[in-house]
Write a protein that binds this ligand. Structure first.
Ligand SMILES: NC(=O)c1ccc[n+]([C@@H]2O[C@H](COP(=O)([O-])OP(=O)(O)OC[C@H]3O[C@@H](n4cnc5c(N)ncnc54)[C@H](OP(=O)(O)O)[C@@H]3O)[C@@H](O)[C@H]2O)c1
Length: 340
């Protein structure tokens, strides 16, 4: 089946959808930069790349969405550091290509694959079971996979797709592997979020439908849920062998926005990169920050923290809302349980 034709209706939808996304991004990033300016300048808040990183031979790192973009660069960085790297993604062919390229580039043969769909409860349950059978422990988990979609959709489990992919799939994966992560006392979970999380609003009544759906709203909400999950998980297990942090990479030069289903978005992304290239990071730059969190002694003992573009910044009251985070946890368990 070909791509749907660009009609006046889809063009309007695309323009509206992307304009909202851009508007939100500019608003949150401007406010964020002003608010965070003092923290950003403090040297102690920088993710220092000067401290020598630990080698990761004998360690196992799982990267969701490791076949492309930030995840692909992160998988390569971890493999270069000596880790056994497991790439989780849906598209086997794309993942095999990444696997081969990473093996050749790093000389590390231990790059392995697991095919699973983060948005599907059954697929993730199977993946967790398979991972538990394959690996006696997981040392690093990078919850990175995901996307954004111009059209609203609910998964076959009846959950809004963006929320299911970014939050619910990673919630299920992380909890399913938690005992393996804490095994040797040094497990590290790194959740990749977005500046847009700051405009996220959790409306628990809408997570099972596309009522009021817009791409920007769904994406912001899903990313905000990942921040609340980071904080709550850290409150529950931080200091007990597992550290959990959120990393907001800022704008990154990947093909991520090409997969939204909007015909307008790739052109807009191109224009944005041309005009604001100074703001964009390369996936390799972001991967270096993720590797620092995963392997630097300087990150020992850090948990429940929020990093923006390589700097630890203070969380807002909204991000620290423990009651909301606890409710999200319960709702997530209920959603996964109810789906079973
Ligand atoms: N690029 C940016 O400017 C930016 C900014 C802030 C935050 N982020 C976040 O960074 C993360 C990575 O983004 P990116 O730009 O690197 O995107 P990308 O290049 O499109 O890569 C996304 C990865 O996620 C995987 N994926 C997507 N849906 C999946 C699903 N349902 N199940 C399993 N894997 C899935 C994709 O593999 P398959 O398609 O093969 O499954 C791919 O490996 C995302 O969480 C994104 O929200 C990106």
């Amino acid at each position: 089946m070909g791509e749907p034709a660009l009609t006046r209706k889809t063009l309007l939808r695309d323009v509206r959808g992307t304009a909202e996304l851009v508007g939100r991004s500019v608003a949150v990033m401007t406010v964020e930069r002003l608010r965070e300016a003092p923290a950003r300048t403090k040297p102690e808040n920088h993710l220092s790349r000067d401290v020598p990183l630990r080698r990761l031979e004998g360690k196992t790192a799982l990267v969701t969405g490791g076949s492309a973009g930030i995840g692909r660069a992160t998988a390569e960085a971890l493999a270069r550091q000596g880790a056994r790297v497991v790439i989780l993604s849906r598209n086997r062919e794309r993942a095999e290509l990444a696997q081969k390229e990473i093996q050749e580039a790093t000389g590390n043969p231990h790059v392995e694959l697991i095919t699973a769909d983060l948005s599907s409860r059954t697929s993730m349950a199977t993946a967790v079971e398979e991972l538990r059978g394959r690996y006696p422990r997981i040392d690093v988990l990078v919850n990175n996979g995901g996307g954004a979609w111009i059209d609203g959709d609910v998964t076959s489990d009846g959950v809004e797709r963006t929320f299911a992919t970014h939050h619910l799939g990673h919630f299920q994966l992380t909890l399913g592997l938690l005992d393996l992560l804490g095994k040797d006392g040094g497990g590290r979970v790194i959740n990749i979020v977005s500046p847009l999380q700051r405009s996220g609003e959790l409306d628990f009544d809408k997570l099972r439908s596309t009522e009021g759906y817009t791409m920007a709203r769904a994406f912001s909400t899903a990313k905000f849920a990942q921040v609340l999950f980071t904080k709550e998980l850290s409150r529950r297990v931080g200091g007990h062998g597992v550290s959990v942090n959120a990393l907001d990479p800022g704008p990154v030069k990947t093909d991520g926005w090409k997969h939204t289903g909007s015909k307008f978005m790739p052109a807009l992304e191109w224009a944005s990169r041309a005009a604001f290239s100074f703001m964009y990071h390369s996936p390799e730059h972001v991967a270096a920050d993720i590797l620092t969190l995963a392997a630097s002694p300087a990150a020992d003992g850090l948990s429940g923290e929020y990093f923006t573009e390589g700097r630890r910044v203070p969380s807002t009251a909204k991000m620290e809302d423990a009651a909301l985070a606890a409710r999200l946890w319960e709702e997530s368990e209920r959603m996964l349980g109810a789906l079973g």
